[in-house]
Design a protein around this ligand. Structure first.
Ligand SMILES: [Zn+2]
Length: 261
């Protein structure tokens, strides 16, 4: 009855082994998906009298697609169909057959609509939260100090924290991100490279780095065509207004090697 009987058997075997060791509701998402994959494949195979192989996707735009390949009808369904009941699956089979049916397409539309929250949104996932307390510097203190001294405290809505250390992946990969800090316009967050959380770093340097990023927060980005300019002339002028500007630039030059090795 099953088109790919061998694969199905292998599946069953591993499923049983897992189930022996765990109670039923401890099944993880993968196991649940496997159970539904088998259920939906079997149902469609039976109704369509065909060799059907079902794959669940996390596609944002295509909820249903199917293609015949080497005699097998490959059906790709959004993962919401894992929980489709027999009525919905029946409507799905009518759709796959290409039989025009208002009732079936209405049923499918309703099902997709009521499961819309399962469709991944286009927006990027939220970035990691940032932690301001380091071993040597508390970035909230740095931010408060710099904001008070140079911006009259007018830096509302800025978050600050240490960025993540980049893990070494290969011999040639840099272990650390190249920037000393970044400012993200989307979440108005300054992320400071954790290499700066060191007693080798003078306070005026950490202040300088935060000062630079705060300038990004308060100054508009200039656009010329499709190009965006972040370090505008005005930006550079304000940068030079930092009291230890020369010393900070010199320190950066002399220490960049170990900072961003
Ligand atoms: Zn910058």
């Amino acid at each position: 009855m099953f088109p790919n009987a061998t694969r199905q058997l292998a599946f069953d075997f591993s499923m049983t082994r897992k189930c022996l060791n765990r109670s039923h509701h401890e099944l993880n998402a993968q196991d649940v998906a496997a159970v539904h994959q088998k259920r939906v494949s079997s149902f469609l195979s039976m109704v369509l009298q065909d060799d059907v192989s079902v794959i669940f996707t996390d596609n944002r735009t295509t909820m249903i697609s199917f293609k015949r390949r080497s005699g097998v009808l490959n059906v790709r369904l959004h993962k919401m169909f894992q929980h489709a009941d027999d009525i919905v699956l029946k409507a799905l089979s009518v759709f796959i057959r290409g039989i025009p049916s208002i009732r079936a397409s209405k049923k499918l539309d309703e099902f997709i609509k009521s499961n819309q929250t399962q469709i991944r949104s286009r927006t990027k996932p939220r970035r990691q939260p940032v932690y301001p307390e380091g071993e040597h510097f508390d970035l909230n203190e740095v931010l408060a100090r710099v904001s008070e001294r140079y911006f009259a405290g007018a830096t509302d809505g800025v978050h600050i924290g240490w960025g993540r250390l980049r893990k070494r992946r290969g011999r040639r990969t840099r272990t650390r991100s190249r920037a000393l800090a970044t400012y993200c316009f989307e979440d108005t967050t300054i992320r400071v490279n954790p290499v700066l959380d060191s007693n080798k770093v003078p306070a005026y340097i950490i202040d300088w780095v935060v000062y630079h990023e705060l300038l990004h927060h308060i100054l508009p980005v200039e656009k010329s065509g499709s190009r965006k300019r972040y370090h505008t002339e005005k930006f550079r002028a304000l940068e030079r207004a930092y009291p230890q500007y020369e010393a900070a630039r010199l320190w950066e030059q002399q220490n960049l090697d170990w900072l961003l090795k």
